[in-house]
Design a protein around this ligand. Structure first.
Ligand code: SF4
Ligand code: SF4
Length: 100
């Protein structure tokens, strides 16, 4: 995964949480291209949290009920800093010929 290179996805605290009190069952979160959610008779559930793209917040941004939240983005940026992720991703992108 380009955003993490070979870092284990399960060790990164980044996935959505739904507040069922706020969810109005608009369904737009089911549009996630990474198949994170399942639809149940009670609305969406986060069925595959580690499928979520690290850093993505599209479903939260478009959620009609403002029911979806994510961990603090600053913590994610601190993780990137601590693990030297920017340099690792850049190295991989160079190897793939995506940047010079
Ligand atoms: S986008 Fe938000 S309000 Fe709509 S179904 Fe999903 S969690 Fe509920
Ligand atoms: S943040 Fe992006 S990848 Fe993660 S569940 Fe929402 S739409 Fe899917």
């Amino acid at each position: 995964m380009a955003w993490l290179v070979d870092y284990p996805r399960e060790k990164v605290n980044w996935f959505p949480t739904i507040d069922p009190e706020k969810c109005v069952k608009c369904g737009i979160c089911m549009n996630c291209g990474k198949n994170v959610y399942d639809w149940t008779e009670n609305g969406p559930v986060v069925a595959r949290p580690y499928n979520c793209l690290v850093g993505c917040m599209t479903c939260a941004n478009l959620c009609l009920g403002k029911a979806i939240s994510f961990p603090d983005l600053n913590e994610l940026r601190e993780f990137y800093k601590k693990e030297g992720m920017w340099a690792k991703v850049k190295k991989q992108l160079k190897e793939e010929g995506k940047i010079k």
